[in-house]
Design a protein around this ligand. Structure first.
Ligand code: FE2
Length: 259
């Protein structure tokens, strides 16, 4: 089974790039399951119903989120209505939505989850490591493959999650920093790992945002309004090949296309 994970789709340019590139990527890499991180898809912050539908129409099977999950008010209801739209599972109990879903893909049961790190993120969530452990314990015997989008800032926390799940997940892929890392590998226990898959959206930007405003903020330290940049675009993704019989990966390949 081949799983494609596309990194943080940023604003309209990101959605356009996804629409243009995803069909060919899915064909070329013979993809069975497509996961897209959409937490920056609506104007750079959060997600709305039309934007979620647009990402599905582009070819996504599951959409994951992160620290911007609830930036748009309508996410509160949307998350409860859409079982394939995931927010980090380690939000406090009672938070709208869900952190995982189970899919039937080519005759196998795939468990997809989203978790969020706690290092250098301005949120006080439950422990993501224990959260994932509890999920795997609860769903034991009910899935063939497990894949995690770990939305986190610190490389240390992400790498630690990779090792924590080595041998128990087909893939652990990081999101959030918007910069693709080059450390893709299959860990010794059989888990495909990549610290960060990177961003899909404006290429001549600071993490997707208009670069002038960001540079100005660094220069002046004054508050500034950040808007999604325009111009040339990029798509960042990763392909994980895994064997449903073992639940483990055989290969992990980075994809990065810049206009
Ligand atoms: Fe994020």
């Amino acid at each position: 089974m081949r799983i494609l994970m596309v990194g943080d789709v940023c604003g309209r340019p990101g959605r356009q790039m996804l629409r243009e590139q995803l069909p060919q990527l899915r064909r070329e890499h013979r993809i069975d399951l497509t996961i897209v991180n959409g937490e920056n898809a609506a104007g750079g912050f959060g997600i709305t119903a039309p934007v979620y539908q647009e990402i599905l129409a582009a070819g996504a099977d599951v959409v994951t989120l992160g620290n911007h999950t609830f930036d748009k008010r309508e996410a509160l209801t949307l998350l409860d209505e859409e079982p394939r739209l995931l927010r980090p599972l380690n939000y406090p109990p009672g938070t709208p939505g869900r952190g995982y879903c189970m899919l039937e893909v080519a005759g196998s049961r795939v468990l997809v989850a989203n978790a969020m790190g706690r290092v250098f993120l301005p949120m006080d969530l439950d422990c993501p490591f224990r959260g994932v452990d509890e999920l795997l314990e609860r769903e034991a015997g009910r899935y063939d493959l497990f894949f995690l989008d770990f939305h986190a800032e610190a490389t240390s926390e992400k790498e630690a999650m990779g090792w924590h799940l080595d041998g128990r997940a087909a893939g652990v892929v990081g999101t959030h920093t918007h910069i693709q890392t080059a450390d893709n590998r299959v860990l010794p226990g059989g888990t495909a790992y990549l610290t960060d898959v990177g961003m899909t959206g404006p290429a001549e930007s600071v993490l997707g945002m208009d670069r002038k405003a960001v540079v100005e903020r660094f220069l002046t330290q004054l508050p500034a309004r950040f808007e999604v940049a325009e111009g040339k675009r990029q798509i960042s993704a990763v392909v994980v090949e895994a064997d449903p019989a073992s639940g483990l990966a055989t290969e992990v390949q980075r994809i990065f296309i810049r206009e």
